[in-house]
Design a protein around this ligand. Sequence first.
Ligand code: GDP
Length: 461
Amino acid sequence: MYVTDTIAAISTAVGEGGIGIVRISGPEAIEIVEEIFVSKKEKSLVEVDSYTAHYGQIIDPRNQQIVDEVITLVMKAPKTYTTEDIVEIDCHGGPIVVQKILDVVLHSGARLADPGEFTKRAFLNGRIDLAQAEAIIDLIRSQTEVGLEVAIDQLEGGLSKKVDQIKQDIVSLLAHLEATIDFPEDEIEDFNPDQLGARINEAIKKTSDLLATSQRGKILKEGLEVAIIGKPNVGKSSLLNALLRERRAIVTEVPGTTRDVIEEVINIDGIPLKIIDTAGIRKTEDKVEKIGVEKSEQFLKRADLVLLVVDINQGITTEDRDLIKLIKDKKKVVVANKFDLDNNLNLDSLEELLPETPIVKTSAIENEGIDRLEDVISDLVFSGDIRASNQTLITNMRHKNALDRAHQRLLDVRETFEKRLPNDFITIDLRAALEAVGEVTGDTIGEDIIDQIFADFCLGK
Ligand code: GDP
């Protein structure tokens, strides 16, 4: 068991709320609260059962003043979030009240927790692995329901289970090969090179199947960057507004990320679409001219998807043709807007210019065709199968990098094996693969990386 001191932090968001929670965890948690809490029923927290709630007052021992009326929740080791004794003090949710209670708790012997330190303890004490701990951040930060589902699956151990299967495959291969190093081949009864090759392939397949989910995982977690382009007055801003009216996503600022462009986020079938708001960018620039071709090209370069808006009433003009050239190699949808007006658009020639590109007719002003546009976007991004989400997905770059390395090492194993090189060559790569896979769940990882991961958590988590 990882020996620790007792830590405390405010676990609710800053600001006014119905309740605020100060959380205390560690060997002294119950004793510390016992000193500052007066139970209405004169109970001793040391003696109460685990997972019970107690009503009373917090008294500042320095001046005997009442700080607040509270409920304390006592949770006793080892079946708690951190596996240590935990007390949560539920108080009134004013910023000063919560701060004052934390202050009294710290004065009585707890140390202020680092960001993520509660969850770090859950990991260091072996209750969850690193992939599960990281799922907790994803869960808190998820911006769509699908993102939340994926995080829950990882928290429940979906990813860890898949990773464990790969680990087991490698360990059993290693055990087998090490036996044949120690004893000549003919002395091992079940030595069968074909079988061994099949088992190596099996481990490679499991790893690559898991890696194959990372593209979808990345889109679900980070969203897609979408650029709405089109010549002036075709209705780009009107279209953005129509989309926002229907699907504006709840967006929270993630600490540590800086945005160099203004984005609006909409949620289509669980995919966060980050729409680069060129109108907003224009407002932040000193001079309108700064938004030149160069900048448009930059936005285009980073966009995962382009919505090219054309004006049905005007038909395709030279300006449209220039833009079409610019987006030739992009994933795109043509939005034929203003279809409430006369149609002067030659669909055949547009299809010729942009083969295999979906064309959706809309009237941004009358809110027509927006649903259809959303369906087309969703189909285009996930070939229509976004809802098959009860699958374990790789959503974390750290996990992807570790699995990529493991995969590469396993490919090396296969090559060495096929060349019939001595087994100890194979075992070197197998061990390296095992170590790389183990990074995902955190069993083979340095302390500095662990610290880095938890530093990204919020305070009190
Ligand atoms: P942007 O310059 O491409 O962003 O275009 P705006 O969204 O500012 O629209 C330019 C003009 O077209 C405005 O007067 C809008 O009211 C009008 N407009 C936009 N969408 C439609 C539409 O679907 N039908 C009609 N009739 N007018 C539209």
